[in-house]
Write a protein that binds this ligand. Structure first.
Ligand SMILES: [Zn+2]
Ligand SMILES: [Zn+2]
Length: 309
């Protein structure tokens, strides 16, 4: 069963679990304290938005299981290229609050500038959020640069604001597929990118020896049937799994000399519920540093050729 459903948990449980994880990271890595404080502010907004969305209804989407199954069989993620109506009035207040949190967390001028540009109508929040949902990095980047904004920060706030919606979408799409064509297509999904949105995983979380890829955007969880590079499928000698810190073999990086890609892999007691995967990501930033110091990187988002601006 390559797609792994993650049970929904209540908001209080999620906040409590997040707090315990942040405190554990801070105890080990006091130097991360400022980054953790910012993440706490950002993720609390994301958790609140997710709770709001859970109380509402998802848009009516025309994504019949057979149609989605045929897409997956061609290697195309379910949501790629689909015209999906976003609940823009629900997401926009969070988008603005995320800018405020970033401003308070040290990116004052740059984040305030983004907020003002959205509020003045110089950026249409609907277009920005749609471009993020479509994973259209080029459109977001160009739009930001045209307006003198930081492309990385614009991408970040839009991604965070859309993430609870896309997480709900993938749970709705894949959560109860039963035994039909879609279930078979998901079982056959053996790609390194997300079957729902096409993003690369942030990390692989390993529970009881099961290496589960976790989407950096929608938090989908899926297992591969092969142990190989998730980017180019190399499984021979150029593909190496190593623990940079010999005393912490629970934290590893998979590196691939064939394509130059790397993936962080960590042992965890249970898969992180949305959006706590970001905590797994931030507590392993030393692994990113180690990989990049050795010349490895993460490839850009894949383009599925059906983007709408
Ligand atoms: Zn995804
Ligand atoms: Zn590779």
């Amino acid at each position: 069963m390559p797609y792994v459903p993650i049970p929904a948990v209540s908001r209080p449980y999620l906040l409590d679990l997040a707090e315990r994880r942040w405190q554990a990271v801070a105890a080990r890595r006091p130097d991360l304290e400022p980054a953790l404080a910012l993440q706490r502010a950002l993720l609390t907004l994301v958790i609140d938005l997710a709770a709001t969305l859970d109380g509402g209804r998802l848009p009516k989407l025309s994504l019949p299981p057979r149609y989605v199954a045929a897409k997956l069989a061609r290697g195309v993620p379910a949501l790629a290229g689909e015209p999906i109506p976003l609940p823009v009035p629900v997401l926009t207040p969070t988008l603005l609050r995320l800018c405020d949190a970033l401003a308070a967390g040290g990116a004052a001028a740059a984040a305030t500038h983004i907020r003002e540009t959205i509020e003045s109508g110089n950026i249409d929040p609907g277009s920005l959020l749609s471009a993020s949902l479509n994973r259209d990095q080029a459109a977001v980047r160009t739009g930001a640069l045209h307006r003198g904004l930081s492309p990385d920060l614009v991408w970040l706030v839009a991604e965070l604001a859309v993430s609870p919606f896309v997480n709900a979408l993938q749970r709705w799409l894949f959560g109860n597929v039963g035994g039909g064509a879609l279930a078979a297509a998901l079982d056959g999904w053996n790609r390194g990118y997300c079957p729902a949105c096409g993003s690369w995983p942030a990390v692989a979380e390993v529970v009881d020896g099961h290496r589960t890829l976790r989407c950096s955007f929608c938090s989908s969880a899926w297992e591969l049937t092969t142990y190989a590079c998730i980017y180019c499928a190399e499984s021979g000698e150029p593909f190496v799994t190593a623990a940079p810190d010999e005393d912490r073999t629970d934290r590893r990086i998979e590196v691939c000399k064939s394509c130059g890609g790397y993936l962080k892999t960590i042992d965890v007691p249970e898969l992180s519920p949305f959006p706590l995967l970001s905590i797994s990501d931030i507590e392993t930033t030393d692994l990113d540093v180690a990989a990049m110091e050795h010349g490895y990187g993460r490839p850009p988002l894949k383009d599925f050729g059906a983007r709408k601006a």
